[in-house]
Design a protein around this ligand. Structure first.
Ligand SMILES: Cc1ncc(COP(=O)(O)O)c(C=O)c1O
Length: 377
């Protein structure tokens, strides 16, 4: 599914030197290794502030809490995401309200969000948290329009979308605040857990910095109950090295996605969608956006059988995500039931992520597509 060695091997010496520098200066937590990465990431994303923290999960909580989301307030998000998109709302003391997805992009559907805003719970909603799933921005034009009409904060879950763009603006600079994950499988990855909040607001940035250090502005004077969400110096140093390469890696992912498209079309397997019939529905890039292909996710009707067939041929694949969040045991208290979000539920049965990473070779992609063709014939 993913061969991290191909990224790591050419960077080995550069990464060791950066880690050696942290050992020599002993700035193990925050300090200059993290501050240097924050400055470089903010400049690269075109945002005023980047605040490094300990994981994408903590980044989501910080992005919500620093933007002022508080107890008793409601936040709308998607049921088709990683668990943290919802658990971070609960961690902030707020109430998640879910709305269904667009079957073509798998991202939160603006029309479904608008229906919630016009419904009985609309008044409670203080923020909307779209997820840029698989590396493609959610429909920011539509969400900005709704924000103007209803007046809420927009928080981005950009965990999977470092470098993605919507109409020329990079993810991280679209909302009131945004959260990134640098989990080792992400497009820009640390050597362990790490995350980051971005914002163009001086106030939100100042609050995020305070909250990631137990609510301290002055050492041992706690203004609010925050948490320990600090980034390690080693992770900051590694990320600063990798940041120099991320644009090239994302460009390579775009090329790999284009090759999959061409191979599936040449094999006569591509269907127009959004739902599959006999073949596969390919993922697509919304015009005016830049997809960074964190995942290349097809839809197919006999998904589980296909996955087993690929596994027999030693071809990796993954399901993001097999159970929508409203059907997770841990979230039963939200009060949803099967049938509440039919698009998310259907997607959970049909999506299959194929191997994609910058160094994936064309012959390997041909093997993947040929195996799928064999299965479907
Ligand atoms: C959409 C989404 N949100 C949040 C997270 C949480 O990030 P982390 O694993 O770094 O805590 C992830 C990554 O796993 C993710 O994919």
């Amino acid at each position: 599914m993913l061969d991290l060695d191909r990224q790591y091997t050419p960077l080995h010496a550069e990464l060791l030197e950066a880690l050696g520098h942290v050992l020599q200066t002993q700035q193990f937590i925050l300090g200059e290794p993290v501050a240097g990465f924050e400055r470089a990431a903010a400049a690269q994303l075109g945002v005023a502030h980047a605040i490094g923290c300990s994981s994408g999960t903590d980044a989501l909580w910080l992005a919500l809490a620093a933007a002022g989301i508080d107890r008793g307030e409601a936040v709308i998000t998607t049921p088709f995401s990683f668990f943290a998109s919802v658990s971070a709302i609960l961690r902030a003391g707020a109430t998640p309200i879910l709305a269904d997805i667009d079957p073509a992009t798998f991202n939160l559907a603006p029309a479904a969000v608008e229906a919630v805003l016009n419904g009985p719970r609309g008044q409670e909603v203080k923020a909307v948290l779209p997820v840029h799933l698989y590396g493609q921005c959610a429909d920011w034009t539509a969400f900005t329009h709704l924000k103007g009409k209803f007046g809420f904060k927009l928080i981005e879950d950009a965990a999977q979308a470092y470098g993605a763009q919507w109409n020329g603006t990079k993810a991280g600079g679209l909302g009131n605040s945004a959260a990134f994950s640098f989990y080792p499988t992400k497009n820009l990855s640390a050597a362990g857990d790490a995350g980051m909040v971005t914002t163009n607001s001086d106030d939100v940035a100042e609050r995020a910095r305070m909250l990631r250090q137990h609510g301290m502005r002055r050492r041992y004077y706690h203004d609010e109950v925050g948490w320990n969400s600090r980034m390690d110096g080693f992770q900051g140093a590694i990320l600063a090295v990798k940041l120099k390469y991320i644009d090239g890696w994302n460009q390579s992912r775009r090329m790999v996605a284009k090759r999959y498209h061409a191979l599936f079309h040449a094999a006569g397997l591509a269907e127009s969608g959004p739902y599959p019939v006999h073949g596969v529905v390919l993922p697509h890039e919304v015009p005016g956006t830049k997809h960074v292909w964190h995942q290349y996710v097809i839809r197919t009707a006999r998904r589980d059988e296909l996955r087993a067939f690929l596994a027999e041929r030693k071809i990796g694949s993954e399901i993001y995500y097999p159970v929508p969040l409203h059907l997770q045991d841990a979230l039963k208290s939200l009060g949803y039931k099967a049938g509440d979000f039919p698009e998310a539920e259907r997607a959970a049965h049909e999506v299959l992520a194929l191997p994609i990473f910058p160094e994936l070779r064309e012959d390997e992609q041909q093997t993947v597509v040929a195996a799928i063709a064999d299965f479907l014939s």
